[in-house]
Design a binder for this molecule. Sequence first.
Ligand SMILES: Cc1cc2nc3c(=O)[nH]c(=O)nc-3n(C[C@H](O)[C@H](O)[C@H](O)COP(=O)(O)OP(=O)(O)OC[C@H]3O[C@@H](n4cnc5c(N)ncnc54)[C@H](O)[C@@H]3O)c2cc1C
Length: 455
Amino acid sequence: MNNQPDKSLTIIGAGLAGALLATLLARSGWQVDVYEKRGDPRVKGYEGGRSINLALAERGRNALRQADADDAVMTQAVMMRGRMVHFADGTLQLQRYGRDDSEVIWSVHRGDLNITLLDLADKAGARLHFDRRLDSVDFDARVARFRDDRAGQAHETGFRALVGADGAGSALRAAMNRQADLGERSEFLDHSYKELEIPPSADGDFRIEPNALHIWPRGRYMCIALPNDEKTFTVTLFLPNEGDPSFASLKTVADARALFERDFADALPLIPDLEEDWQRNPPGLLATLYLDRWHIDGRAVLLGDAAHAMVPFHGQGMNCAFEDCVALARKLEAGVDLAEAFAGYEAERKPNAAAIQHMALENYLEMRDRVDDPDFLLQRELERKLQERHPGRFVPHYTMVTFMLIPYALALERSEIQRGILVRATHGHDSLDSIDWQALDDDVQARLMPLLDVA
Ligand SMILES: Cc1cc2nc3c(=O)[nH]c(=O)nc-3n(C[C@H](O)[C@H](O)[C@H](O)COP(=O)(O)OP(=O)(O)OC[C@H]3O[C@@H](n4cnc5c(N)ncnc54)[C@H](O)[C@@H]3O)c2cc1C
């Protein structure tokens, strides 16, 4: 008789989280089957479509290291030292994210990253099944039904447990909701996004500073641009759905061009195919997904965007999804039964997902409306000073989220205390010269305990 515990799982979705989780588990001896609705991107090219590149930060890199994937991913990554702010008057300012080049984020190509992770999952022994779109699930009989969208054939397979890594529109989540109410609600942002491209220059180089995340903040809306290693930039315009200007008010490509001429004048000459890009890419919706429950006993569990899709303004959706993978793999490896492992994973990750969802919404306002404000810039200056005066105690918000591995919930809690300190201390001041440092130091000591990273 075989007394080995059953270490088999079926993952739905071979996107970023699905491929990483498959690698982590297969390397620990799990029998993993992964079902993906699209074709194999290694054979037919990546058909992702949306959000062509992504900012990879320390949380994501830490997870990639657990799968020995970091080196391969980093060969294609472009360093971003900070925000390059393009002011309305045409001037530029680099606002560093961290203290030096040890505190930076990295722009990675979604398709390349996905392919790297799929290769690793394959090598680790995971069984990848492409052109299999999850259609429905019989949780009692433990049978999952799939469809091959090329010819419409149906397939089915038995499973021990399902992991939903099938993204924001998760079919597994819909099937779970039919079995047991997950308490799902989505809050749509009243802004959407559109992607455009800055091609390489005539001599094949980057057209603007490559080692930065470019931002054109314009109050109620903004453009950003992230570099790609083939010397292009992916530009994303975030705009309200209604009002003026908005996706509704820009009725023609000429309207879009006029908006760029007026508000993004230095970006316009960099985007020669504005018209084509504008017509090809419909606006993408942005939403935050909240669930009360992420699992049904030991039969199914959700992770990544399927569990907690968020708006992209902190560049943490993928990073958070990767942390989920490590947390779930760790719980599964602890050898407890699946229901206990899924419950433990949910208890650990749900408050943290909620915290980064909240911070991502807050960061939109900061990026589009605050990064060019004098009071915001004074607060950032004070933040850096307090970081120097209280190392390990006053740690800037962005640093906690982006360069550390402390739980997001703790980062949020401390950020709120720190924001209060910064706002109070700079209120009514034009510069730091008139600050009462003694009182401020006492305030910091009283309100913040030293912070230890969990790395
Ligand atoms: C504009 C934009 C910019 C972003 N920028 C960043 C950033 O800079 N940094 C960052 O960390 N995050 C960013 N994100 C968030 C990031 O894209 C997501 O958090 C991340 O892709 C989540 O990974 P996932 O594996 O959970 O889902 P996905 O990447 O969506 O993968 C889901 C996979 O499941 C497959 N699938 C779907 N339905 C089925 C089905 N029925 N059956 C089988 N397979 C299915 C899909 O084909 C896909 O391969 C951004 C998002 C957007 C929209």
